[in-house]
Design a protein around this ligand. Structure first.
Ligand code: NAI
Length: 340
């Protein structure tokens, strides 16, 4: 079977790390025809908007995309392409697995948690306006529908993956209506899963607890802004942005992308760590049913990290993006090793 998948190489280090992910998927033997499309700065430079209709149409048609990071210029005139993509395709789930890897020196070992972030509303609904010069308002939009569907997804995920505990994160003591509604919806969904332990935690306490001992957590469920910040925080706990993958999932499409951005400071220098996007591609392979290929990629990454001979700058080494790509391909285990 040959899959058709949309590829958005993205900006900055995006083309380098996506070339790596594509080469590694190819090396697994899974046949993919990549439909390349632009978004972000490169789309603007090519004379289109930041999010061309052809790009959205391709993802709607193929249902699956692999996406490099996209630069969103700061300030007026440009709305975030990432937020626009998630809203246009209703990718309401952001799922980011955060895992300790053997061989990487970090403050905590044995971190194994998953961050679920509501992806379409909250403060990222983009409802900002100037009341009078010098006074702006940003609206935090929380709906029962969106809160319930992300909670349902997180609980179903926990059930199928054998995860034991979900921590619902909020600041309902201050944002009584908005975070209060998010919490109420999560509680209502939780009632259907009496076999999963549920705890509720204010976002500020979570930040401290994550710094002290992240191994206490299993699945974290929260609204958009908290999830954005907590995902980066959790990346830092296990070795940085270069190794944490992610998925944006909706009912009719899924876009796989790393947590990190376009890293303009190292773009075009063959220095970027491709692992975050490579692991996102492994999540993509799993999503389309290619579980063995996904596991081979994860094991190859684990082997390269554990050996520690090939490391990019963010992990304290000197290896290039292409060195890392070659090392991962060379470390791919045989199919029999994974299926045995
Ligand atoms: P960033 O994640 O691009 O970079 C932060 C720091 O981490 C930089 O020092 C960078 O060199 C390093 N870094 C990031 N990924 C790396 C990798 N794979 N290998 C080695 N080092 C890596 O965050 P920043 O600087 O805040 O954002 C830059 C641009 O990226 C902005 O335009 C922002 O809007 C965009 N962005 C896009 C995202 C997406 O497309 N999903 C997510 C986050 C930011």
């Amino acid at each position: 079977m040959k899959y058709t998948i949309t590829l958005l190489p993205g900006d900055g280090i995006g083309p380098e790390v996506s070339a790596s992910a594509v080469a590694i998927v190819e090396a697994t033997g899974v046949a993919v025809e990549w439909e390349r499309h632009e978004a972000g700065l490169r789309a603007v430079e090519a004379g289109h908007g930041t999010l061309p209709e052809a790009t959205l149409d391709s993802i709607r048609r193929n249902k699956v995309a692999l996406k490099g990071p996209i630069t969103t210029p700061v300030g007026r005139g440009f709305s975030s392409v990432n937020v626009g993509l998630r809203k246009a395709l209703s990718l309401y789930v952001s799922l980011r697995p955060v895992l300790s890897w053997k061989g990487l020196k970090t403050r905590h070992d044995d971190v194994d948690l998953v961050v679920f972030r509501e992806n379409t509303e909250g403060l990222y609904a983009g409802r900002e306006h100037e009341v009078v010069p010098g006074v702006v308002e940003a609206l935090k939009v929380i709906t029962a529908d969106a809160s319930t569907r992300i909670a349902r997804y997180a609980f179903e995920y926990a059930r199928w993956r054998g995860r034991r505990k979900i921590t619902v994160v909020h600041k309902a003591s201050v944002m009584k209506l908005s975070d209060g509604l998010f919490l109420d919806c999560a509680r209502a969904v939780a009632a259907d899963y009496p076999f999963i332990e549920v705890e509720e935690m204010p976002i500020d306490r979570l930040a401290m607890q994550l710094a002290l001992d992240p191994t206490k957590f299993d699945v974290l469920l929260m609204e958009n802004l908290y999830g954005d910040i907590v995902s980066d925080l959790c990346s830092g706990l296990v070795g940085g942005l270069g190794i944490v993958p992610g998925a944006n999932i909706g009912s009719s499409a899924a876009v796989f992308e790393a947590v990190h951005g376009s890293a303009p400071d190292i773009a075009g220098q063959n220095k970027a760590n491709p692992i975050a996007l490579v692991l996102s591609a492994a999540m993509m392979l799993e999503h389309i049913g290619e579980r063995v290929a996904a596991e081979r990629v994860r094991r190859a990454v684990g082997k390269v990290l554990a050996e520690g001979k090939v490391r990019t700058g963010d992990l304290g080494g000197k290896a290039s993006t292409t060195d890392m790509t070659k090392a991962i391909i060379a470390a791919l285990p045989a199919i029999e090793e994974v299926t045995a």
